[in-house]
Design a protein around this ligand. Structure first.
Ligand SMILES: Cc1cc2nc3c(=O)[nH]c(=O)nc-3n(C[C@H](O)[C@H](O)[C@H](O)COP(=O)(O)OP(=O)(O)OC[C@H]3O[C@@H](n4cnc5c(N)ncnc54)[C@H](O)[C@@H]3O)c2cc1C
Length: 454
């Protein structure tokens, strides 16, 4: 029997879509490669956030698709209400997430459980089962071939939603998109999002879209004696936005205040993709050992890096710090000059030819002790993906819909580039919209019926 809808990927976007379809009475099958649900969302900090307005969207992610971006900006409020409608706890609102975003913390695990219950009421979730090929009949996508414990099988449906979470788990594809060395990017994501959605979509005629040279991730200390999902958040160097970051030549290469997720992409393009994050005791106190955002984890990120085996230096003078860091292969005299340049910039006399633009408020190392942590770039998801319209309908090169095919979450390309406007929100906004496109105008859902009956 064919389902109403087949969803490939049981992460945030896929489960959001599946649960909304089930809530409308549709029979859905979710195909999930791993044995758990939630994908990277289950590893996330659970901050539901995005840019608050068009101006911020344009400023933060100038090459992003503004039409898709504005669907998120305009859909944020409804997405927050929608989370509440599943009986899930939502925190107070705050502004300034990553410096510019509007945000709430949500109980992402409770949300995933609520979605799972809803889907299982009328549909099914096939775990440890991967979609391997799309079934295309008379020009329309009608299902997928899958591989799981039971061997090969077919799952058919009236529409297929791709929600496999991006391409970061495929080193060869990363190298093609981002260039040499990308295959060595540290993976800060679930390991199963390996470009399957992109390949499946392309095989059915969908076009690619977005900035394939751009990605979301963070700088992570190096080397590491352990890299488990529980290390992802405490090793994230959110505080680098208030630090001085240099490459092995001892030179700055980014305006650090744009955020760790932007500096991370610049670091990837530096020699050896290695850098050093330097700060003083004030920055450590105010940023590195404090919560990076409301409800964020409070952990000493410098000490945690040291415990995980990374190169970390603590020194009572700048000369000592530079000596120590130069033993890691960083050019000492130039690093000393860079620190002096930052001090001069903070005093209003920046060098005439800086290596990189200075932050509006440069952060010289003033209060001892001083700290340095060696870092490497990491990837959480790719910004390039499949071309879609604002309802997640996959589009071909001519901009026409590929009948029966949708792409949402990180499988959708073009929403953002360079700067970051959120991950969870993509699934929460485009999941329900793709369902609407696939199943037609919304029927009265269970939640509306419940609230209408008081
Ligand atoms: C440490 C960390 C913290 C984060 N914190 C936040 C945060 O606070 N706020 C925020 O907005 N974002 C955050 N993110 C990003 C966010 O989690 C992701 O952007 C989001 O989960 C992407 O949703 P998705 O559904 O596209 O992919 P995912 O949630 O990763 O789900 C993809 C799913 O598809 C499955 N899959 C892959 N291939 C196949 C296949 N062939 N067949 C079947 N299934 C397949 C995978 O196993 C996976 O379960 C964080 C990410 C990480 C790693």
């Amino acid at each position: 029997m064919a389902d109403d809808l087949v969803v490939i990927g049981g992460g945030v976007a896929g489960m959001a879509a599946a649960a909304h379809a089930a809530r409308r009475g549709a029979r859905v099958t979710v195909i999930e490669k791993s044995d758990g649900l939630g994908g990277s969302g289950a590893l996330s900090a659970g901050i539901l956030w995005t840019a608050p307005d068009r101006e911020t969207l344009r400023r933060v992610t100038p090459r992003g698709d503004e039409e898709l971006g504005m669907v998120i900006v305009d859909g944020f409020e409804d997405a927050v209400e929608d989370v509440r409608s599943w009986g899930v706890e939502v925190s107070e609102r705050w502004y300034g997430q990553l410096g510019y975003g509007v945000a709430h913390r949500i109980d992402i695990h409770a949300l995933l459980r609520a979605w799972e219950e809803e889907v299982l009421r009328s549909g099914r979730i096939l775990r440890n089962t991967a979609s391997t090929e799309l079934i295309v009949e008379a020009g329309a996508v009608r299902g997928t071939r899958v591989h799981g414990h039971g061997g090969e099988d077919e799952v058919r449906g009236g529409g297929v939603i791709l929600a496999t979470g991006g391409c970061q788990g495929d080193p060869a594809l990363l190298r093609t998109w981002l260039g040499a060395g990308a295959e060595r990017l540290l993976l800060r994501s679930n390991p199963h999002s390996a470009g399957d959605g992109f390949r499946l979509g392309r095989s059915a005629g969908a076009a690619g879209a977005g900035a394939f040279d751009s990605f979301y991730g963070h700088m992570i200390p190096t080397p590491l004696n352990r890299w488990e999902p529980e290390d992802y958040l405490p090793l994230t160097q959110y505080h680098s936005k208030a630090c001085v970051v240099v490459n092995v030549y001892g030179r700055r290469f980014a305006d650090e205040s744009r955020g760790d997720e932007v500096t991370n992409q610049r670091l990837f393009r530096q020699p050896g993709s290695r850098g050093v994050v330097l700060c003083d005791e004030r920055v450590r106190r105010e940023h590195a050992i404090a919560a990076p955002y409301p409800h964020g984890q409070v952990v000493d990120r410098i000490e945690y890096a040291r415990e995980r085996g990374a190169r970390v230096a603590t020194a009572s003078t700048l000369d000592e710090l530079v000596d120590e860091v130069s033993r890691w292969g960083v050019h000492g005299p130039r690093l000393r000059q860079t620190l002096a340049d930052v001090e001069a910039a903070a005093a209003g006399s920046p060098p005439s030819t800086p290596d990189a633009p200075f932050p509006a408020e440069p952060q010289p190392l003033v209060e001892p002790p001083f700290y340095a942590v060696e870092v490497q770039p990491a990837i959480t998801f790719t910004f390039g993906g499949l071309r879609t319209d604002t309802y997640g309908r996959a589009l071909n090169e001519a901009g026409e819909p590929v009948p029966g095919l949708y792409a949402i979450g990180a499988d959708m390309g073009g929403v953002q580039e360079d700067g970051y406007i959120g991950g969870l929100i993509l699934g929460l906004v485009f999941g329900p919209r793709a369902v609407e496109a696939a199943l037609g105008a919304p029927a009265r859902g269970r939640a509306e019926e419940v609230s209408a009956s008081g």
